[in-house]
Design a protein around this ligand. Structure first.
Ligand SMILES: [Zn+2]
Length: 288
């Protein structure tokens, strides 16, 4: 599932690739109940691309009015830049028959924005769980949907005292890091990596953490997320960048998905348990 580094990688790429371009038409085979009314996208110009938590926000203008198109990629959604042949009865086919866009993970195109200059932006989403919103800018940005998001994990306003203040006392720290209402942007992969780097057992109740331990988690959170953005995220699952290429963090990870392999520090096998319904991998010796 894309987390902050993957979504930020998409946003960084999109800013360079699509800002200033005009949309000529929208193609989608998503069922109507999943799709907001997107007719208004045709003729609109993309003015800016930004991120709120794991949401990608396209600011658009058409006839002097501002609109927002929001995509939450959920489990398997990712954007691709390319050109596809569109027909009624088959999936879009990339016009370039080889290269990253021909990879299976990039073939689940369910939404395509075609630009007036001939290029296309596709949303590949094998599970079709992406959440899409579209409407006048003021209406969309005022939605309760955004009101529930906590400060961004990399936001300058999320200082260490603010981070400590937001941590609820009675929850395991793993569940705290996953809760988008407390801090937004972190999912299963980076919460495991953050707690390993900080040397904290994911089951620890936030109330038991000392000031020094909370500080270690905060520092690890900033460091790991920034490093992951730098290497363009993790492609452990479906995430690919705008050109269909993998991110580099998967090879650097030290605990996530590495159950039963020896810890890099102490050689004890990494264990996986469920915390709040989510799998959590950690070293039982290094993480206290
Ligand atoms: Zn260890």
């Amino acid at each position: 599932m894309p987390e902050l580094p993957e979504v930020q990688t998409m946003v960084n790429d999109l800013r360079r690739a699509v800002v200033g371009r005009r949309i000529s038409f929208v193609w989608s085979d998503l069922p109507k109940r999943k799709l907001p009314e997107l007719d208004g996208l045709a003729g609109a110009r993309i003015e800016a691309v930004s991120r709120r938590g794991k949401n990608i926000l396209f600011l658009l203008s058409r006839s002097g009015k501002k609109f927002l198109f929001v995509v939450h990629p959920r489990m398997t959604g990712h954007f691709l830049l390319g050109r596809w042949a569109l027909s009624k009865n088959s999936r879009p086919r990339p016009l370039a028959p080889s290269g990253p866009l021909a990879e299976k993970v990039n073939s689940y195109l369910h939404l395509i924005l075609a630009f007036a200059d001939g290029g296309m932006l596709g949303l590949s989403d094998a599970r079709k769980f992406s959440k899409l919103l579209f409407g006048p800018e003021k209406e969309v940005s005022a939605l309760e949907y955004f009101g529930g998001l906590g400060p961004d994990a990399l936001s300058p306003s999320l200082t260490l005292p603010e981070f400590r203040r937001r941590i609820p006392k009675n929850k395991p720290i793993k569940a705290v890091l996953l809760d988008q209402a407390i801090v937004s942007g972190i999912g299963n992969i980076y919460s495991d990596e953050i707690l390993y780097a900080a040397g904290i057992d994911p089951r620890r109740r936030a109330a038991e953490l000392t000031e020094e331990e909370a500080g270690r988690i905060y520092k690890a959170m900033r460091l790991i997320l920034r490093e992951a953005v730098k290497v363009r995220g993790t492609s452990f699952s479906d995430f690919r960048d705008l050109r269909g290429r993998r991110g580099g963090y998967g090879e650097r990870r030290l605990v996530y998905g590495l159950s039963n392999t020896p810890c890099r520090r102490c050689r004890t096998p990494i264990v996986s348990i469920k915390i709040g319904g989510r799998t959590s991998s950690f070293c039982p010796v290094c993480q206290k």
